[in-house]
Write a protein that binds this ligand. Sequence first.
Ligand SMILES: N[C@@H](CCC(=O)N[C@@H](CS)C(=O)NCC(=O)O)C(=O)O
Length: 206
Amino acid sequence: MIELLTADTPNGKKISIMLEEINYEYKVTKINIFKDEQFEPSFRKISPFSKIPVIKDGDISIFESGAILIYLGEKSGKFYNQDERLTINQWLMGQMAYIGPMLGQHHQFHHYNPGKSEFGEERYFKIAKRIYEDLDERLSQSEYLAGKNYTIADIATFPWIARHEIHDIGLKKFKHLTRWYSNIAKRPAVIKGYDLLKKGNTVPSA
Ligand SMILES: N[C@@H](CCC(=O)N[C@@H](CS)C(=O)NCC(=O)O)C(=O)O
């Protein structure tokens, strides 16, 4: 059985959603990042940057959510089709290197610490809005991020857009992004994986 060491955050939800989508048995071990459990030496051995999520599969452990999604996609043969990998990788790397880190900063300046830095608030609001615009444009030409199929690139991106209420950008203004979001939000595996700590958390509607 796979062990998922995680917390209830967008990066953590990527992996519980993927594990539900591929129907693997897994157990969740909660790492309380507000109590600094990510800095415990035993956790740092498997996560050198002291970050969740991590999975353990038998003798191996994997850190970085993108690497975990690739591993599970290859292992299960699902949501990471061989002939679509060049496109999937680009949208996945875009999520890992840009969408996640930038929206993460937007959360910090706009939602959790408003009033502390006008520059930070303006900068990341602008970037977050551009991310919505760019995703909307892509999804006006393509059903899913990497083409006609739902892939690990969508699984990586969805939990970040699921925080749209705190982004204050107005998801509904983006027709194609809203269509993509609403379709994914109703997938049974997404509903289950979203509530990874079984607290009754529901997927926010568009
Ligand atoms: N690039 C990493 C980012 C992981 C990440 O930022 N995890 C956050 C929670 S979403 C974390 O563990 N924060 C604890 C800390 O930085 O001390 C991934 O996608 O796995």
